[in-house]
Write a protein that binds this ligand. Structure first.
Ligand code: ADP
Length: 178
């Protein structure tokens, strides 16, 4: 599904966040230490190679809601933006912290002239944020940010399963209808 809002394209796809070669910056659902681990971070670090962990070392640790930007190393993307989502039920207030992940990622994207950015569903894996709730926060925050974006022209959400994609599609349709 693709929607254009105020000149910015929002695209929802099923896929692997570490395999988005046409995107300038991919967002990593990072851990506080900015190391490889599992899930999104594992996939990104595997594809990027050890240089990424090396570059990340000087920024770690980060707090929930924060974001930092590095090079893409062996990835096809110029940048990786690493953000730490809230652990559901632990880091509070979780809605604000999750929204901060998206806001701070966009801030770094704008500062670095990023034209296209791809997000995974931050916090919805190991951090157990219920997907429907996380989707609502992600979508709402993105729609709020769009009027402020000057550089970013394309926002892609990369979902890992068909069922996650359906939830995102329903939310985008709901928020942009009428
Ligand atoms: P967090 O620790 O922030 O919860 P995870 O990496 O555990 O982050 O998962 C975040 C979401 O990304 C989950 O919905 C998970 O299914 C999904 N996911 C896992 N691997 C990938 C990948 N390679 N590409 C895109 N999404 C992925």
């Amino acid at each position: 599904m693709i929607k254009e809002i105020s000149g910015v394209e929002i695209e929802l796809v099923k896929g692997d966040i570490a395999n988005q070669p046409d995107i300038t910056a991919i967002v990593n659902a990072a851990n506080a230490r900015l190391q490889a681990g599992g899930g999104v971070a594992g996939a990104i670090h595997r594809a990027a190679g050890p240089g990424l962990e090396e570059e990340c070392r000087k920024y770690a640790p980060i707090e929930p809601g924060q974001a930092v930007i590095t090079g893409g190393h062996n990835l096809p993307n110029r940048y990786v933006i690493h953000t730490l989502g809230p652990v559901y039920g632990v880091d509070k207030p979780e809605e604000k912290l999750l929204a901060d992940c998206y806001r701070n990622s966009f801030r770094l994207a704008e500062e670095n002239d990023v034209e296209s950015i791809a997000f995974p569903a931050i916090s919805t894996g190991y951090f157990r944020y219920p997907l429907e709730q996380a989707t609502a926060v992600a979508m709402r925050t993105v729609l709020e940010m769009i009027p402020e974006l000057k550089k970013v022209k394309k926002i892609r959400f990369v979902l890992f399963s068909d069922s996650d994609l359906v939830v995102y599609e329903a939310e985008l349709a709901r928020l942009t209808s009428g």
